[in-house]
Design a protein around this ligand. Sequence first.
Ligand SMILES: NC(=O)c1ccc[n+]([C@@H]2O[C@H](COP(=O)([O-])OP(=O)(O)OC[C@H]3O[C@@H](n4cnc5c(N)ncnc54)[C@H](O)[C@@H]3O)[C@@H](O)[C@H]2O)c1
Length: 334
Amino acid sequence: MAKKIKCALIGFGGMGHFHSAQYAKQKYVELVAICDSDPASFKEKEAEINLGKSGESDLGNVKFFTSYEEMVSSVEFDMLDICLPCPLHAEYAIRAMKDGYHVLCEKPMARTSADAAKMIETSAKTGKKLMIAQCLRFANNFRKIKEMYDSGKYGKLLRLDMRRNGGLPKKVWYRDPAQSGGALLDLHLHDTDFIQYLLGAPEKVMTFGIERTTGGIDDLMSNYVYASGGPKVSSEGSWCRGAWYSSTVAVFEKATVDFCDEGVRVCPVDGKEKIIKVPASPNPYFNEIAYFSECIVKNKDVEVCTPESTRLSIVIAEAEEKSARTGKMVTVKK
Ligand SMILES: NC(=O)c1ccc[n+]([C@@H]2O[C@H](COP(=O)([O-])OP(=O)(O)OC[C@H]3O[C@@H](n4cnc5c(N)ncnc54)[C@H](O)[C@@H]3O)[C@@H](O)[C@H]2O)c1
């Protein structure tokens, strides 16, 4: 069996617990250290967020630290998994790459596209790999939609609609738009990113959005304008809803495709509905860690989720915010 690279994780809150639970069965990487400024997080066996429970992690061989400096001076590792709040992503990713580590970083890549550009610059200068954990790109059901789109199996994509709605997150930093970017950057970005991954950047966006509690855009509906003949694309995101709700509907020329409990449902224009069974496991967090660690071990380029492409998603989100705030259609400056 190939020798595994070593990973340290920083930020052991909700997402940190989701990530740490994925390392036990990885082929190319093992988790050796966890850092969180709040030592109380080390006692939480699992975390619960809007996605459900993280599951427990095997932390038998993991060392715990309360600062990045202490961790890097005490343990050797190859890759840093960043699960910190968004405003710390650029700072720690840049620092880690300069210190010689490959970086897997939670979404959003950074609080601004300008900070995201600095991360890309550092990756190029240091030669360290950088990937942002845009998890929908690694989810088995979303992968199926991408396969269908790329293969043209059901003809041209005419219409895509994505929705991701829930209540206001509990953690204080999420409620400060200067830190989180509000529902638009923090939550809705998942869909913006998947749309861009599938179709490229739209020419323009028209977003209707409201501020309610945080001062950020808390609830929104975006329309993405592609060149004439392109698909009609919309996406809704909210932190103002009671129950959690997400959906994805792709209307191709020959079939309409959406998700159901068993996987992906295909309703052909002519013919009977069929369900393509898609296992929920391994989950996207397992898949993204597996993919990135394999890229490091085999020295392959990170193609599924390049830093340039995740920066572009933030550029689009910034255009959406401008549109929501001005009430005007905004051109996406690629
Ligand atoms: N991919 C997804 O589905 C998904 C879901 C939820 C959150 N996220 C993203 O994950 C990131 C983290 O979100 P979260 O909900 O886990 O946040 P969180 O607040 O639950 O966890 C962040 C942790 O970082 C620690 N921390 C803060 N500053 C630190 C520092 N300087 N050094 C060490 N530790 C520090 C905090 O103590 C906390 O435990 C965010 O960017 C968020 O958008 C992604």
